[in-house]
Structure formats: C-alpha cells, structure tokens
Design a protein around this ligand. Sequence first.
Ligand code: 6PG
Length: 467
Amino acid sequence: QAGDIGVVGLGVMGHSLALNLVRHGYTVVGLDLDEGKRAQLLRVAEGRARAVASVLDMLQALQSPRRILLMVPAGAAVDAVLAELRPHLARGDVVIDGGNTRYTDTQRRMAALSGTGILYVGAGISGGEQGALLGPSIMPGGDAQAWPLLRPMLQAIAAKTADGQPCCEWMGSGASGHFVKMVHNGIEYAEMQLIGEVYALLRGLAGLHAREAGQVFAKWNRGELESYLTQITADILHHEDAESGQPLVDLILDTAEQKGTGKWATQAALDLGVPASTMGEAVFARAVSAAKPLREQAAKLLPGPRPDGGQGPEWIPRLRDALLAARLCAYAQGFQLLAAGNAEYQWGMDLVRIASVWRAGCIIRARVLDDLRAALAASPPPAHLLLAPGLGDMLARTQQPLREVVAAAVLQGTPVPGLASALASYDGLRTARLPANLLAAQRDYFGAHRYQRVDRAGSFHTDWIAL
Ligand code: 6PG
C-alpha cells in the first residue's frame, strides 16, 4: 500500500507524530539514517508504517501528490533535506516543515521554491512529545493549495477542544504558520517567567514551602488561572527527589537554557515596533539565570533593601490576581505582535482562529484564551485586547493587586521583570499623556529632529540654545 505521508526525522517529535498518524489510520513512511530509530517506529507501529533510510526510497513509497513532513532540527538540517528532496519532487508535491523554524527562513525557502509548483507549508506544532503523540496544536501556513491535501490528516491528529473542534486551522499564506508558532513561544516564555516569579513570591513573600506552593497552584488551576503551565507547575512542585525526599525543584540548578524562539519573537517585536516587553524580559531573565557564577559573587557584594515586614499567607490571593492580570497583558502583547506581523506581511491571518487553535494541545493553552477569543471575535474588534469589555473587567479587578505585588517584590528585592513589565505595559497603555514630549524635545535639541505640537498642526524646530 502506498504511503499517505513521509516523515523525515524520527527523533522524539517525528516519531510521536508518525505514531499519531498511524493510530489515525494513515500509512506512514518514516525516514531516518539511524537504524535504531527506524526499528523503533516499526516496532510500535505494528506493521502500519514503513521505515526507510533514503530520500529516494521514501519518495517511491509515497502516493502522489506526495506529502512530506520534515521533523528535523530547525536551521541547516532543513536546508540540507530540502536540497536532497528538491530534484526528485514533482509539481503538486507538498513539503511541510513542522519544526520550530524561524519564519524568515521559511520566507527564504518559499521564495527559492516559487515557480516550481512544489507546495511549501511552514507548520508550527506545539505540545511537546505528549502532544505530538496524543494531539498537538498545529499551525500550518503557506501555499494554500496544500491545505485541502493536508486538512483531513492534520485535523485528525490534532488536539480537540472541549467542544470537539480540532486545534489545527489554516493560518494564512507565506510564513504565517511559523510566525504564529514563534509568537506562541514568546507567550510561552513570558508565561513561564511570570509563573516563576509568582512561585518565588509564594515562597519569599507568602512564606510557603515548595509543596504548599504546589497546592496553591493546583487550587488556582481549578479557577480562572487554569492553564497547562499552571498545572505542570503544581505537578512539579509536588515532586519529591527519590533519594533525599526533598522537593526536586529545590535541587535543580537555577539556570534556564533557550533554543531561540523567544528571542526571535522579541526581535520581531522590536522590528515591528510592538511593545512586547514581557516576552523580552523573559528572554533577558533567562540570560540573567545563565550567569550563575556572577550572581553568586554579586550576591555577596551588592546590598539589597532593608528588611521589610508584611510577609505571610495573606499575600496568596493577591499573587493569584497579579498572575491573572500579568497573564492577560502578556497574551495581549502576543496578539498585538500577531496583528503587526499580519499587517506587515499581508498573510491573511485571522486572530480568532489563532486563539482557537491555542485552546488545546499547545503549551500556552489556558482558560483565558476563551475570553481572549471572545474578545477578538467581537464586532467591531477592540482596538486593543485589554480594551475588550470582558478582559477590561478582569483587569479592573486585578490591576491593583498586581501593583501591590510588584511594589512588595521591589521592596523585598525579589526580581520580578515579568510582572513589572506587564504592569508597565498596562500603565503605558492607559496613560494618555506620556513624557515622550520631553523626549521629542531632546531629539530636537541635539539633532534638530523636529517635533509636533498639541496646539497646532505642523512640524517644528526650536533653537534651544543660542550658539
Ligand atoms: C511547544 C514548545 C516546544 C519547545 C520549545 C522550547 O510549543 O511544544 O514551544 O516547541 O519546548 O521550543 O523552547 P526553549 O528551548 O527555547 O525553551
């Protein structure tokens, strides 16, 4: 039987997706140079997959038009596989890059394939190994003619929302799919940072042990704060080290690595002029975390605040509200970035659809996405997500606790760049007159860059000093 889809790269994600496809009745041809990985696929697929070691073998085993899903590490490996595939592909064949590829690379590859008739799709896939196996959130975008050929298959293996909707929709043209996944990861970074800060304050401000903090997150996960990352935080904080019986989290080195997606999202925000400060702070916070020896040295040398009382479990409800407020700000920043990317590149993206496919399967799935989705679907859509009635009400309730938490953290010397930047983005938005008037004057002072006035139209320059 001819294969329905080829999967190139049988690493953790490729293997899990291949198995997910097999379980949904598709015949998969898996390609990997590693014999062990091929054998593993054959073993678990129970005769419903083939495993090959060469591109030609894979192409011969696939029905036409051929559908080929690349699950190789983002970067040079994708270019290498494409170079090998390209001479053997025919018009109408579909290549899907399912990796965490930088969207500008997808743009470059699409440009190189234009006119060949080969259909190229950049698909964000979220949910880690478990998601890939049991139902990921899939964000495909690119050559629209590919969508009918992929839709049944991808929607079959995707996560389903509580109301049965598949978390896989067409994102738009060009590199939209990878752009959406990049922004997803920017929000992922922000959300992980916010949870980390609130965890630190549950310990340092509310005075809880790891396990007690875990119970708080578990309770929060049953309400408005419900999300995948809230839930796994509760699980993690409950986990004990088998040997010592201590909370495992207390034994884990406090340095976080990164593969680059959060950085790319922040770079895109800078390029597009979108104030996505919380994802940016999350990237910087990982950099601070990486400088462990320097921090240990500085901890001994740099003074902190005078001890300030006021600690105790009464902070728990305020921390809950602070996390909710900051989460709303961080997601809103992400959607602003999506809107800006779409305006720049004209991909035809639909923000409601994006909020929909993030409701299950992906790392940033969260109850607030239902509210965000409802807000985005309003007609006319709000000028900014935080101005949507439902979200505005939530913020009206939670912005004051966010202030109190940030103030307490500052006074206690606990770094909260995520919470503080979320609050600053909220306050920036609600400040009708900013001190940028002075900034404009300074630019005009030293560079004759001119300024505008509030009381009359035109562009002005002042001789600030008589030379
Ligand atoms: C997902 C994740 C996934 C991966 C990140 C981790 O949506 O399933 O985002 O793609 O875990 O790339 O990124 P860092 O290594 O940069 O933290």
